[in-house]
Design a protein. Structure first.
Length: 180
């Protein structure tokens, strides 16, 4: 595939991502076995990953979304997250939740949301990310499930944006305009 001029390097091709998701689904089925769980996906970044993931999971799955903003057009975490939308507590009460996000960086987003969902009555919250950055996290959180590790560089594509662009790329890459 010819890389578009705005992508400096492709880290994971569309095929590699799909293979990673198949492997991840195997781990999920092994962990949950016949226990019911419901998926909560963090928009917008996890939209594409979630769409592919849930279609490889068993049929009677429930899906909810949380909307957060954290990056505010920057290439670094802004240090605070804003929850723009959270489903009603009835969606979490007594349930096993699989919280799905695109990428674990400082850990602030997922640790905050994990606490919020538990406060709303979930019996368990496991975390699942497409990418785990190799960084020193500000929050002591490790994902229960991950597809891939990435170095501490800013990546785009497959749902991940740079100032709201590039979410549509079928692969994950490093934008040329990123500062490494
Ligand atoms: P954290 O709260 O763990 O610092 O950051 C998690 C959120 O920051 C992710 O859900 C994602 O939206 C955003 N983020 C972190 N690293 C990157 C990156 O390399 N590229 C993009 N596009 N977003 C990132
Ligand atoms: Mg995000």
């Amino acid at each position: 595939m010819v890389e578009p001029s705005y992508v400096g390097e492709v880290l994971f091709t569309a095929e590699e991502i799909q293979a990673g998701i198949r492997r991840l689904c195997g781990e999920l089925m092994h962990t949950y076995k016949d226990k019911k769980f419901s998926v909560v996906s963090v928009l917008k970044g996890a939209a594409v990953f979630t769409a592919d993931l849930i279609r490889q999971l068993p049929g009677d799955l429930k899906l909810n979304f949380i909307v957060v903003s954290s990056y505010h057009r920057e290439q670094r975490s802004s240090g605070s997250i804003t929850v723009e939308y959270m489903p009603p507590s009835a969606e979490f009460a007594g349930q096993r939740i699989l919280l799905v996000d695109d990428i674990l960086d400082t850990g602030m987003t997922l640790s905050h949301l994990q606490k919020e969902i538990l406060l709303r009555g979930a019996r368990e919250v496991k975390t699942c990310v497409l990418l785990e950055k190799r960084v020193t996290r500000t929050q002591p959180i490790r994902p229960d499930f991950r597809c891939f590790f990435v170095d501490n560089i800013f990546v785009v594509g497959y749902g991940l944006d740079l100032a709201e662009r590039y979410r549509n790329l079928p692969f994950i890459g490093v934008p040329r305009e990123a500062t490494r």
